[in-house]
Design a protein around this ligand. Sequence first.
Ligand code: FAD
Length: 380
Amino acid sequence: MHDVAVVGGGPAGSRTAALLARDHDVVVVEEHRRSGTPMQCAGLVTDDVIKLSGVKPDILSTILGADVVFPDGTVVPVRSKGPIARAIDREDLDSKIAGSAMDAGAEFMYGTKYISHTVSDRVSMTTSSGTVESELIVGADGHSSAVARSIPGSRPAEYLRGIQADVSVRMEHQDRFRVYLGSALAPGFFTWEIPCGDFTRVGLCTSWSAGPPMDNLKALLRKVGAEDRVVGLHSGKIPLHQRGDTVADRTALVGDAACQVKPVSGGGLYLGLTAAGLLSDVLSDSIRDGDFTKKRLSAYANDCDKAFGSELRKGWRLRRMFVRMSDEDLNAAGRYASREDVRAALDGIDIDHPSGVVADVMRHPSTVLSAIPLMLRCIV
Ligand SMILES: Cc1cc2nc3c(=O)[nH]c(=O)nc-3n(C[C@H](O)[C@H](O)[C@H](O)COP(=O)(O)OP(=O)(O)OC[C@H]3O[C@@H](n4cnc5c(N)ncnc54)[C@H](O)[C@@H]3O)c2cc1C
């Protein structure tokens, strides 16, 4: 019997496995033939994410800023003196984290699909390759987590739809990306064009209610003159705002399975990898003490709340506000964000901890729009 069975060999699952396998018997069940494919990511991360991953992914570009384009065409440039993010090779990141887990001693069962599990004096998991037994199960199986469904009431409040094309176009400026806001291209979210050397990632997310986003992507590709330059296409879902528990007896969720995603930007890697570190500490203690109860595992949920609960709650409030904004509201926000004093507050970005900017922005008198710069800052 294994100490821990992790379902999902994405970044959150593999990092949890890498940290636990140093001292414990860990197995990872992953339905695909390898980690990192199919890729569902824009690959924009901070250096903190790279540190948290424990590996060195290939970096395709270093980002110093963004041009945010409002529905009326107003462009608000946001610039930083230092790198605010890196565009990375996401497949490479995933496969390197999985490699580090294997190096630490974790066993990977690739091509094996989790079907269900029962909890008694142990976890007994039914998979496409037979039964796997363990003391604990970790659901790191992404946005549509089947493990999460075993915890009554555990589900996202909302899903976003994401779609992205890799296009064989080299962006003129390799140190900044472009974002379009507005209902024509990305109802309920935003678009992105991210320089990656000889190619560009062109994508967008939309609110679920806006329907399948393929037509929006085609419109965006037309706008940027890249409709006939598509070399790769990816799509995915982003779960927002966890409802219900992330732990139960012998069970814990991490990463997208626990909706550990920033509601304003859709970025999940920073939170998922932070949570993987917190989870591995709590599970190690629980194995040491032979205590696998929900009460004991709640320490993980509490640690996550301390680490990023407030940031997530603020982000969710901003998201609720954002989805209610019309294009006219966005244009007004664009005019506000164009002001020199507000722009100054937007420069020098930390995309993993956006709430730090609130105090600066709130000093401005235009209180009605005072949260918009924060949103812009979160977006980039
Ligand atoms: C279009 C798009 C762009 C994004 N861009 C960014 C970005 O720029 N920066 C950022 O930080 N985040 C971004 N994200 C979010 C980010 O990709 C996720 O937050 C991240 O992948 C979550 O990692 P994870 O390990 O929790 O889940 P996943 O990466 O989804 O991994 C889950 C794993 O579980 C496996 N699995 C699922 N079900 C089963 C099963 N039944 N049995 C066995 N295995 C199973 C899957 O095959 C997968 O390998 C983006 C998401 C989308 C959709």
